[in-house]
Design a protein around this ligand. Structure first.
Ligand code: FAD
Length: 407
């Protein structure tokens, strides 16, 4: 990784990635063969300084945020030569248990029925970031960090950017992977459609009094869905969704009272909750960008689509986008077409469309189906959950989607 070059003059790159978060860093790592074999020049611009010395021994924090990484995503990381390092801190999900409070229906999706030992893994986000940034350090790319893209404009050959560091950059393909909150999309005239779920997720690490044996739980309760994901040891990641405003009362509770409320709502299926870390809140909405490509531009990750975390699909979907963008750029290169050419980006969009629309519909549908308290719907859900235990093809579709194998 080359640190940012001198200030004056315009710097050039074939591909500029705005944002070195999970998605931008994954794209940087996935472009390695093109940089190394074909001399494609890549720049990554990241506003936040790297959090730590990437080589110091890893100190697992009780409060670390973690993500469910589907089996499909672990295969992608493997193809990028990153899975071995990711796996050092990955906890396998061996079974997904789905239930609804006050209803009989329960469904269990086990990895072995899909011919694997894990349906996916849970990995601390900070560890994924460390593995990705370590890889970026070994690559011949230009790394502008900390530097914020403050202004962007389209040109005949791509886009020009002004960085907070004073540097100026011009790129044939610019990838907007800034998480969607920096205002750059709007400055380019790309609208977003935002539909608030009027819900807030409370996230925390909890400790249980027995081994979780790789179980992940999804429990739908009248106050909102609760997900528990297995972490190292007897810890689990809690994602508890509340109606907006109702989370305040839960946050005001003492640790002991919060755990008692969680126990009463969730029951004993995961054991007794005995410790909880810092509670974080995330307001939830479905945000989709009105355009994901333009000549010289691709919008990716949260900048393109921010989903409800109920099905743990956001990053997994984005990583498939990363792989498809690299596939389209590579196919274009073989034909002599530039990464930012309209034909390359049309190919990328054609590869993405179905998967993206299906996952957005699936996550949104799940929230709406389980978020409504109507007796008929409740019966339908219970029947659905019980039915899932019986009906082969539907189980298979749900399981394969959770594993990131269904498009
Ligand atoms: C509560 C919760 C739980 C989730 N759980 C899961 C899960 O289990 N599985 C899953 O697949 N997904 C999950 N997700 C979704 C996942 O977290 C996101 O899809 C993912 O973080 C998106 O990454 P990103 O790189 O697009 O954005 P970000 O993580 O927001 O990164 C954007 C980066 O861009 C940088 N940046 C911003 N503006 C600029 C600028 N102007 N110039 C330069 N740099 C800039 C920022 O500093 C940041 O580093 C969850 C989301 C939430 C909210």
């Amino acid at each position: 990784m080359n640190h940012s070059p001198a200030h004056d003059a315009w710097h050039q790159a074939d591909i500029a990635i705005i944002g070195g978060g999970l998605v931008g860093a994954s794209l940087g790592a996935a472009l390695a063969p093109m940089m190394q074999r074909h001399g494609t020049s890549v720049a990554v611009i990241e506003a936040a300084p790297l959090p730590e010395d990437l080589e110091t021994p890893w100190q697992p924090s009780f409060d670390a945020r973690a993500s469910a990484i589907s089996l499909g995503s672990s295969h992608h990381f493997d193809s990028l030569g990153l899975w071995e390092a990711m796996a050092e801190r990955a906890t396998p999900i061996r079974c997904i248990h789905v239930s609804e409070q006050g209803r009989l229906g329960v469904t269990r999706l086990r990895a072995e029925e899909f011919g694997d030992t894990a349906m996916g893994h849970v990995i601390p986000n900070a560890w994924m970031g460390r593995v990705l940034h370590r890889r970026l350090q070994t690559l011949p790319l230009d790394w502008y960090c900390p530097a914020r893209v403050e202004a962007i404009e389209a040109t005949d050959n791509g886009h020009r950017m002004q960085l907070s560091s004073g540097e100026r950059l011009e790129a044939g393909l610019t990838v907007l992977a800034d998480g969607g909150r920096s205002g750059l999309k709007e400055r380019l005239g790309i609208d977003s459609h935002e539909a608030s779920y009027e819900q807030v997720a409370v996230i925390a690490t909890v400790e249980v009094d027995r081994a979780h044996q790789g179980m992940a739980y999804e429990r739908f309760s009248p106050s909102g869905p609760i997900a528990l994901l297995p972490l190292a040891g007897q810890r689990m990641e809690l994602v508890w969704t509340f109606e907006a405003g109702a989370e305040q009362a839960a946050l005001a509770l003492s640790e002991a009272d919060f755990l008692a409320k969680l126990q009463a709502t969730f029951g004993d299926r995961a054991g007794r909750f005995r410790r909880i870390g810092k509670r974080y809140t995330y307001p939830l909405s479905l945000v989709t960008a009105s355009e994901s490509i333009r000549p010289g531009l691709a919008v990716m990750g949260n900048a393109a689509h921010a989903l409800h975390p109920v099905a743990g699909q956001g990053f997994n979907l984005a990583l498939r986008g990363v792989m498809d963008l690299v596939g389209a750029i590579e196919a274009g290169r073989v034909e002599g077409v530039a990464p930012g050419a309209k034909a390359t980006l049309d190919d990328f969009e054609a590869r993405r469309r179905n998967d993206r629309d299906n996952v957005i519909r699936f996550s949104d549908g799940l929230v709406r189906l389980f978020g409504r308290d109507h007796p008929l719907l409740s019966h339908a859900r219970a029947a659905g959950l019980m039915g899932l235990n019986l009906v082969g093809p539907l189980r298979r579709t749900l399981g394969r989607r959770a594993m990131g194998l269904e498009r």
